[in-house]
Design a binder for this molecule. Structure first.
Ligand SMILES: [Zn+2]
Length: 73
């Protein structure tokens, strides 16, 4: 079983209101409906730009999960 690194999600109002409203790396404000990525190793949300730069450094075994319909929270 490969290790999952990021979960792709669309930022809902629930996430923005209850979890985070900014990227944990660059602190850009997350807008509703923006595509965001949950970092499963560090338990934080990243914007697409930061996720891409992190993914390049991570193990290639990491697997991106497409999960836009089932929220984590
Ligand atoms: Zn960012």
């Amino acid at each position: 079983m490969s290790e999952n690194c990021f979960v792709r999600q669309e930022a809902s109002l629930d996430i923005i209101a209850n979890v985070t409203n900014f990227c944990s790396e660059c602190y850009n404000v997350i807008q509703e409906h923006e595509v965001i990525f949950y970092d499963m190793q560090n338990y934080r949300y990243l914007c697409e730009t930061c996720k891409q730069s992190f993914q390049e450094k991570l193990d290639s075994n990491c697997e991106l999960i497409e999960n836009e319909t089932e929220p984590l929270f």
